[in-house]
Design a protein around this ligand. Structure first.
Ligand SMILES: NC(=O)c1ccc[n+]([C@@H]2O[C@H](COP(=O)([O-])OP(=O)(O)OC[C@H]3O[C@@H](n4cnc5c(N)ncnc54)[C@H](OP(=O)(O)O)[C@@H]3O)[C@@H](O)[C@H]2O)c1
Length: 377
């Protein structure tokens, strides 16, 4: 007979495996969440699964298929409450009931208003024992974008900036390639690949001829992960308040893009990329409204790769959830451009950030920092 303390250890062990499986969907599941599932019977894993992409079977279905008849009387560990609604696929709660599992352990409830506890309720009504909250903190970290979109109607915004040791991001002329080395640039490629949207501004595109695509040979992933990442490239969004970027710019030639602007779309753009007119202030795009529109389109994670003006505007508006700052061991000098255009007069006005990680990336350093209080609170 297993004691409750022993059961808690076993539950955490199997949930950790389910989380590991969920991470395989790092580059592909959006707009859906990353989810993993493990089916355990008599102390043996009899089925495993993870969700790969929207429209395809959920993690539970893969795991139950692998388990077959062995799912009867088993425990299913799933990193997110099983769904109870008919989306593009049938409800997973029903699949678990039909498979005859005895117990379902979820890491967390699904905040999607279409589920929100109803998946677990459906299981309980069918006589299945349920539990929720096992390794919930880890499960939340898997899906910052999906959770923020469900809970706040906004995507998770990650701002990436590369700077010198003296905090500069481009020369006075606008030249900024390259501040950091190949390892840091490869890490940025992976940040792009995991995002639903990579967003930049007109001046970055004009100054750098930036395309902001994901480049397979720079991802630094194995062949399987590279194929997954390349199968679901992020949408590239250009914030161009006055439509200054010409249609023959490399950015537009590199594939589909969305332009957010606050002026009426000119005729020359009529056969060009999709344009989203976002009501502006002082001739500038309303960035919060743009994020709301992106969330409504199912965008979970936005990577902002812009210069000091646009990145500074996101920061000043309290729209940033996380900064990824890559620091190179060089000085760009006092005439070079700052990290953020954000004039502050007094120390008491200085925004505080919590540095959650610092790690070496090749010859550079990568700092992860979250605004305090966090944007999503
Ligand atoms: N080190 C790095 O990590 C890094 C990364 C990217 C870029 N850069 C460098 O940064 C420089 C460009 O930086 P930047 O910030 O001036 O250009 P940016 O990133 O292109 O951002 C400014 C652009 O955003 C548009 N915009 C629209 N709504 C806005 C709003 N609400 N607030 C702010 N901007 C808004 C502006 O529109 P309007 O035209 O209507 O004003 C302008 O076109 C380049 O030199 C580039 O090389 C460095």
């Amino acid at each position: 007979m297993t004691t409750p303390a022993e059961q808690a250890i076993l539950d955490a062990h199997y949930m950790a495996r389910a989380l590991e499986l969920a991470r395989k969907g790092h580059y592909t599941t959006h707009p859906n969440p990353r989810v993993g599932c493990v089916v355990v019977r008599d102390g043996q894993i009899v089925g495993e699964g993870w969700h790969e992409r929207a429209g395809e079977p959920h993690a539970e279905v893969h795991a139950l298929r692998a388990a077959g008849e062995r799912a009867r009387g088993a425990t299913a560990y799933v990193t997110l409450e099983p769904c109870s609604h008919h989306g593009r696929t049938p409800p997973c709660a029903d699949a678990l009931v039909n498979a005859g599992v005895a117990r379902v352990v979820a890491a967390m409830q699904d905040p999607n208003p279409e589920v929100a506890g109803r998946g677990l309720l459906r299981l309980e009504q069918a006589g299945i024992a349920t539990e929720s909250g096992v390794l919930e903190g880890e499960a939340r970290k898997l899906n910052p974008g999906f959770l923020k979109r469900m809970e706040h109607g906004l995507p998770f915004v990650r701002v990436k900036l590369a700077m010198s040791l003296d905090g500069r991001t481009a020369m006075e002329s606008g030249e900024s390639q390259w501040i950091t080395g190949p390892a840091a640039r490869s890490a940025v490629q992976r940040l792009r690949a995991q995002a639903s949207v990579v967003l930049t501004g007109a001046d970055t595109v004009l100054a750098d001829n930036a395309r902001l695509t994901v480049r397979a040979d720079e991802l630094g992933l194995d062949a399987g992960q590279t194929a997954l990442a390349m199968s679901r490239p992020p949408l590239r969004v250009l914030v161009d308040g006055r439509l200054r970027v010409p249609l023959d710019a490399p950015f537009f030639k590199a594939g589909p893009a969305l332009v957010a602007t606050c002026v009426a779309v000119e005729e020359q753009y009529a056969n060009g990329p999709e344009c989203l007119i976002v009501p502006g202030y002082d001739g500038q795009v309303d960035l919060r409204q743009l994020l709301v529109e992106l969330a409504q389109r199912g965008v979970n994670e936005v990577l902002v790769e812009a210069g000091p003006r646009l990145a500074g505007a996101f920061a000043q508006l309290g729209l940033v959830d996380e900064f990824q700052i890559f620091i190179a061991g060089k000085f760009l000098g006092s005439s070079a451009r700052p990290l953020l255009d954000w004039p502050l007069a007094q120390m008491k006005d200085a925004p505080e950030l919590k540095i959650t990680e610092i790690r070496a990336v090749g010859d550079d350093w990568r700092v992860t920092a979250i605004p305090s209080p966090a944007a999503s609170v």
